[in-house]
Design a protein around this ligand. Structure first.
Ligand SMILES: Cc1cc2nc3c(=O)[nH]c(=O)nc-3n(C[C@H](O)[C@H](O)[C@H](O)COP(=O)(O)OP(=O)(O)OC[C@H]3O[C@@H](n4cnc5c(N)ncnc54)[C@H](O)[C@@H]3O)c2cc1C
Length: 551
C-alpha cells in the first residue's frame, strides 16, 4: 500500500517545484508528494491514484490557472476524493475567490503566496489539514475492486468467481457514491459493468472469467503439453487426486470454474473427518488448493474440457478454445452440476435473485429479507441454517412429505432449533416473477392443490445434480443418466466393455477406456459425500501408478 498523497497543482513550474520541495522536506517520510502543472494533469493523477486504491490526504491548488482554475479543479477532485482536505493558493488577497472557494468546494484554507518561511505560513496549514484528514481518512484499498449492479447476472458471476477462487476483492455497487467515483476514474459507463480494477490500477470492462483469473494471478495456461497425469475437475475428488498425485510427482488439475467444486459452495460441512466443529466449504477448498499447490500441483483455471481422445496410449484432452494437452493417464473428477428449477420465470432471473447453490456472496444482501430455499437434502438444510443468520425468515420448500428420508438427522434438529426457519413439505415452486430481479414466487401446495404468491427477494435452489458428461460421449461408457461406470460395473455377463484392449479387467475406478479413471460424484453409484470423493481421488492415484507400472 502506497503512502497517502499530498497533491499540489500550480501552472508556474517554479512555484510548483518549490511547493513540492517544501512539502517533501517536512512530510516526505509519511506522505507521497505529487505535483502537477495543470488541473487536467492533476485530475489524471488523481484518477490513477483512485484506481490503485491509494488515498489522498490534502490537495493544494493554485487559484489562477489557465483552462481550469483552482476552484474548478478542487470541485472535480472532490468527486474522486471527497475526504481529502482542500487549500486554495492565490498570489494576492482575492475576496471573491475566497468566498467562491468556501461556497463551492468548502475549502479548508486559503493561502497567500509566497508562503516563506514555510515553517510559519505553510506547515501550520498543512499540519491542520492532515490532522483533520486523519480524523476521517479515505480507506486505502489494496484488493481487487469490483463495481457492478446489485441485480445483474454478470456482476453476480464475477463476484462469485472471485469469492470461490479466494481472491480478496472489494465490492462497490454502481448506486453508491464510491462506485460512481471508481467508474469515473476508470472512464467507464454503466454499460461497462462489471468493471474490475486491479491493485495496479488496470481496468477491465465486463471481463470474462479467464480475464478475471489472469488479473487475480490464477494460472490459466498449461506449462507443458504433455503430463503423466491430468485430473479434470478441481472439486474434492480432483483436489484429493492432486494432493496424492503431486506428492508423488504426478501433477496437473484442470478446472472449468473455481477449485472446491460443489463442496466449495457449502456453508458448513459438519461430517468431514477431522473437523469436529464443522468447516465451511470455502475454507476446506482453500486449504486443499494450498496443499495441492505446496506439493507442486499445477492448477489450470477457467479451462473447460470439451473432448477426450485416445491417441494410441496417449490420452488427449481438448479445451473449448481448440487447444489441447495430453497425458499417459487421466482422472475424471467432474462431479455434478445443479439441475435447473425449470419453472416459468426462473431462467431469466438466475443471478438476479434466483441462485443455484449457496451463493454465499449474497448472504449480506439477505439481511432482514424473506429467503426461500428449495430442496430436501443436506445441501438445502445447511443453506437454510446459514441464511437464517442473516434473513428475517427462511422458508425451506420440500417436495416430499418429510425431511427424514433425505436429510441427516443432525441438520433436521438444527432446523427445528432455528426459530426463523419454516419447513414447508409437499411444496414446490410453480413460478418466479420479477422485473429485472426476483420479486415474488408462486408456491404449489401438493396436499391442497392451492397456489399462493409471496413477495420474495432471494430463492436458492438445491435440487440435486446431474453429471455434465456429454463431452465424453463416445470416449467412455456412460450410464443412462450420464454417470460413468467403472471397474466391476463395466463387466456384463463376465464380458469386458466393448473396445477394451488390455488383458485384465478394468481396475475399480477405471472407466471403459484404459488409463482413464473416475473419482467422486461423476462416477456411477458413487456416494455423494466429500469424504468419499477425496478418498476416491486418492485411490485413483494409486491405480494410476499401477496402470503406469504396467506399460
Ligand atoms: C451446497 C452443498 C453442500 C454439501 N454439503 C455436504 C456435506 O456437508 N457433507 C458432504 O459429505 N457432502 C456435502 N455435499 C456434497 C459434496 O460437496 C460432493 O459430494 C462433493 O463435492 C463431490 O466432489 P467431486 O470432486 O466429485 O465433484 P464436484 O464437487 O462437483 O467438483 C467437480 C468439479 O469439476 C469441474 N468440472 C466439471 N466438468 C468439467 C470440465 N469438463 N472441465 C473442467 N472442469 C470441470 C466443476 O467445475 C467442479 O469444480 C454438499 C454439496 C453441496 C452442493
Amino acid at each position: 500500500m502506497g503512502k497517502p498523497v499530498l497533491l499540489s497543482v500550480d501552472d508556474d513550474p517554479g512555484v510548483s517545484r518549490a511547493v513540492a520541495r517544501d512539502l517533501r522536506r517536512r512530510y516526505g517520510e509519511d506522505f507521497r508528494v505529487v505535483r502537477a502543472a495543470s488541473g487536467d494533469e492533476a485530475l489524471a493523477a488523481l484518477g490513477e491514484l483512485k484506481l490503485r486504491g491509494d488515498t489522498v490526504a490534502a490537495l493544494l491548488a493554485d487559484y489562477r490557472m489557465p483552462q481550469m482554475n483552482g476552484i474548478e479543479f478542487l470541485e472535480q477532485a472532490m468527486d474522486l476524493f471527497p475526504r481529502a482536505r482542500r487549500a486554495l493558493l492565490t498570489a494576492y488577497a482575492d475576496t471573491d475567490a475566497a468566498i467562491r472557494a468556501i461556497n463551492v468546494v468548502d475549502v479548508d484554507f486559503y493561502l497567500l503566496k509566497p508562503w516563506d518561511p514555510p515553517e510559519e505560513k505553510l506547515y501550520p496549514v498543512v499540519d491542520a489539514m492532515i490532522a483533520s484528514w486523519r480524523d476521517s481518512p479515505d480507506a486505502a484499498v489494496s484488493d481487487v475492486k469490483l463495481v457492478g449492479h446489485r441485480w445483474s447476472a454478470p456482476s453476480f458471476r464475477a463476484r462469485d468467481f472471485l469469492a470461490r477462487n479466494a481472491v480478496p476483492y472489494r465490492w462497490y455497487s454502481v448506486d453508491e457514491p464510491e462506485g460512481q467515483r471508481l467508474l469515473e476514474a476508470a472512464e467507464a459507463g454503466p454499460d461497462d459493468v462489471p468493471v474490475v480494477i486491479t491493485p495496479d490500477g488496470v481496468v477491465l470492462r465486463s471481463p470474462t472469467e479467464a480475464e478475471l483469473a489472469a488479473v487475480a494471478g490464477l494460472s490459466i495456461e498449461p506449462s507443458a503439453d504433455f503430463y503423466d497425469l491430468i485430473v479434470v475437475g478441481g472439486g474434492p475428488a480432483g483436489l484429493g487426486a492432486a494432493v496424492y498425485g503431486a506428492s508423488e510427482g504426478l501433477r496437473t488439475v484442470v478446472e472449468r470454474e473455481a477449485t472446491g467444486g460443489q463442496a466449495g459452495q457449502s456453508s458448513r460441512i459438519e461430517n468431514y473427518l477431522g473437523f469436529p466443529d464443522g468447516v465451511s466449504g470455502g475454507q476446506l477448498a482453500e486449504r486443499a488448493r494450498r496443499q495441492a499447490a505446496k506439493f507442486g500441483a499445477e492448477m489450470l483455471l477457467t479451462r473447460d474440457c470439451v473432448a477426450l481422445e485416445p491417441h494410441g496410449s496417449k490420452r488427449v484432452l481438448r479445451f473449448a478454445d481448440g487447444s489441447s494437452i495430453a497425458a499417459h493417464a487421466v482422472v475424471l473428477a467432474t462431479g455434478v452440476s445443479y439441475r435447473s428449477l425449470g419453472v416459468a420465470g426462473a431462467d431469466g432471473l438466475t443471478g438476479r435473485g434466483v441462485y443455484y447453490g449457496s451463493a454465499m456472496t449474497e448472504a449480506a444482501e439477505c439481511a432482514d429479507q424473506v429467503v426461500f430455499v428449495v430442496g430436501g437434502a443436506n445441501s438445502a438444510g445447511q443453506a437454510a441454517v446459514y441464511f437464517a443468520r442473516y434473513a428475517s425468515s427462511v422458508h425451506l420448500l420440500v417436495r416430499g412429505p418429510s425431511l427424514a428420508d433425505s436429510m441427516s438427522h443432525y441438520l433436521i434438529e438444527q432446523l427445528a432449533e432455528t426459530g426463523n426457519v419454516h419447513v414447508h413439505t409437499c411444496t414446490t415452486v410453480a413460478e418466479a416473477h420479477g422485473d429485472g430481479h426476483l420479486e415474488e414466487v408462486t408456491l404449489h401446495d401438493a396436499t391442497t392443490g392451492e397456489q399462493t404468491t409471496y413477495p420474495a427477494g432471494h430463492l436458492f435452489v438445491f435440487i440435486g445434480g446431474a453429471p455434465r458428461t456429454d463431452w465424453l460421449d463416445g470416449a467412455v461408457v456412460r450410464d443412462a443418466r450420464g454417470f460413468i461406470p467403472t471397474g466391476p460395473a463395466l463387466i456384463e455377463d463376465g464380458r469386458r466393455p466393448h473396445g477394451w484392449t488390455l488383458d485384465r479387467d478394468p481396475y475399480f475406478l477405471e472407466s471403459s477406456l484404459p488409463g482413464v479413471f473416475v473419482a467422486g460424484d461423476a462416477r456411477s453409484e458413487s456416494v455423494k459425500r466429500v469424504a468419499s470423493a477425496v478418498g476416491e481421488g486418492a485411490m485413483a492415484v494409486t491405480l494410476v501408478h499401477r496402470y503406469l507400472g504396467e506399460r
